[in-house]
Design a protein around this ligand. Structure first.
Ligand SMILES: Nc1ncnc2c1ncn2[C@@H]1O[C@H](COP(=O)(O)OP(=O)(O)OP(=O)(O)O)[C@@H](O)[C@H]1O
Length: 318
C-alpha cells in the first residue's frame, strides 16, 4: 500500500547573521527513509518534534515533492498523480481542516461528494455509517466554525472517508481532544482497520493512540528511521524488564534474591514488593510461585513497561 525507499527531502533556509548578512543552509528534514506498509496494516509513525514526520506525510500525500528517493502510495507516485491519489486515500490533518468553515457540516460533505464524484447511494451509506458511529447527527446542520474541536475532528474523519479510501493517513488526529473524544475516535479508527480492513498510517505524540491502534511502530528521529517493528518486539528489545508487584499478608524480606529478579523495591513496611524480572530469565508464573513459597500473597499484578518508556529508550539509543 505504501512503498518508501531512500526518501529524502531538503529545505533551504536563510538565517540572519549580524545586521545585514544572511546565510543559506540546507536542512535535511527526511534523510534516507525506507519502509513499507502492507494493505490492512495500522502503523504508527512517531518521533520527537522536528523529527521529519509531517514532511514524510506531506510527501506521501503529494503535498511535497521529494528531493530524491522513491515513493508509491496506493500504486501511484503521489506528487505526480495527486488527483488520482486523492480518490484512493483519505487524509486527516489534526491541525488543518478540509471542511468549509462557514457552511453547515452536511454541506461540506455534499461538496466533497461532488468533488470526488461519489455515486449518491454510496455516499449516503458511508455518511449514515459515520454519522451513527461518530454520533454526528446533532451537528450536521451546524456551521463548521461553531463546532467544538472534538466535533470537528469527527467531521474531518468522516470527510476523509466519504469516497471509500483504502488507506487513511492521519497526522496528529487526537491532538487537543479531551479523553472521551480521543477514546471515541480511537475506537472508530480501530474498527475501521480491523473490521473494514482500511490501512492506517498515523503520526502522533500521544502514545496511547499507538497502544490502542497500531500493532507496528516506525520511529523516526532527525530524519532517519531509528526502529521499525511490532510494538511488543520493540518493548522486549529495549525495555525487557517487567515488574511483578505483590502485596503480602505479612511483611517479608529477602525477595530480591529470588531467581530471575533483576531489581527489587519494597514499600509499606515490607508489605508491598516491586520485583523487576526479565522475560528471557524467568516467567511471571515461576516468580509468583517462588514468592508464594516464601510468603502469603494477598494480591499481585504484572506491569509491562509503558509505551512512553519504550519510545524514550528508542530515542535515547541515538
Ligand atoms: N517548509 C520548511 N522550510 C524549512 N524547514 C522546514 C520546513 N518544513 C519542515 N522543516 C524542518 O524540517 C524538520 C522536520 O520537520 P517536520 O515538520 O517534518 O517534523 P515533525 O516530526 O512533524 O515535527 P512535530 O512533531 O514538531 O510536528 C524540522 O527541522 C523543520 O524545522
Amino acid at each position: 500500500m505504501i512503498e518508501v525507499r531512500d526518501l529524502r527531502r531538503e529545505f533551504t533556509v536563510t538565517t540572519k547573521i549580524g545586521r545585514f548578512k544572511r546565510r543559506k543552509h540546507t536542512v535535511r528534514a527526511v534523510d534516507a527513509v525506507s519502509f513499507d506498509v502492507a494493505a490492512g496494516e495500522a502503523v504508527g509513525y512517531v518521533g520527537p518534534n522536528g523529527a521529519g514526520k509531517s514532511t514524510t506525510i506531506k510527501m506521501l500525500t503529494g503535498i511535497l515533492v521529494p528531493t530524491s528517493g522513491h515513493v508509491r502510495v496506493s500504486g501511484v507516485d503521489p506528487s505526480r498523480s495527486r488527483r488520482d491519489l486523492a480518490r484512493r486515500i483519505g487524509v486527516v490533518f489534526g491541525q488543518r481542516s478540509q471542511l468549509w468553515w462557514d457552511l453547515p457540516l452536511r454541506d461540506s460533505f455534499d461538496l466533497l461528494r461532488a468533488i470526488y464524484r461519489v455515486p449518491r447511494a454510496d455516499h449516503e451509506t458511508r455518511l449514515r455509517e459515520c454519522v451513527d458511529l461518530l454520533e454526528l447527527g446533532p451537528f450536521l446542520g451546524t456551521p463548521v466554525r461553531q463546532l467544538s474541536l472534538g466535533q470537528r475532528m469527527r467531521g474531518e474523519v468522516t470527510a476523509a472517508l466519504l469516497h471509500g479510501p483504502e488507506l487513511l493517513v492521519l497526522d496528529e488526529p487526537t491532538i487537543g481532544l479531551d479523553l472521551e473524544s480521543k477514546e471515541r475516535l480511537r475506537e472508530f479508527l480501530a474498527d475501521l482497520n480491523t473490521q473494514r480492513g482500511t490501512t492506517l498510517l498515523l503520526t502522533t505524540h500521544d502514545l496511547d493512540d499507538i497502544e490502542r491502534l497500531c500493532p507496528r511502530l516506525v520511529v523516526i528521529d532527525r530524519g532517519t528511521v531509528l526502529a521499525d517493528g511490532p510494538l511488543d518486539g520493540l518493548r522486549a528489545e529495549v525495555a525487557p524488564d517487567r515488574v511483578l508487584v505483590v502485596d503480602l499478608e505479612k511483611p517479608a524480606t529477602g525477595l530480591a534474591d529470588l531467581p530471575g529478579v533483576t531489581s527489587a523495591r519494597a514499600e509499606l513496611n515490607g508489605l508491598r514488593h516491586h520485583l523487576a524480572f526479565r522475560r528471557s530469565d524467568t516467567t511471571a508464573a515461576a516468580l509468583i510461585a517462588a514468592v508464594a513459597a516464601r510468603a502469603e500473597v494477598h494480591d499481585l499484578v504484572v506491569v509491562e513497561p509503558e509505551i512512553d518508556d519504550v519510545v524514550r529508550r528508542l530515542y535515547a539509543r541515538r
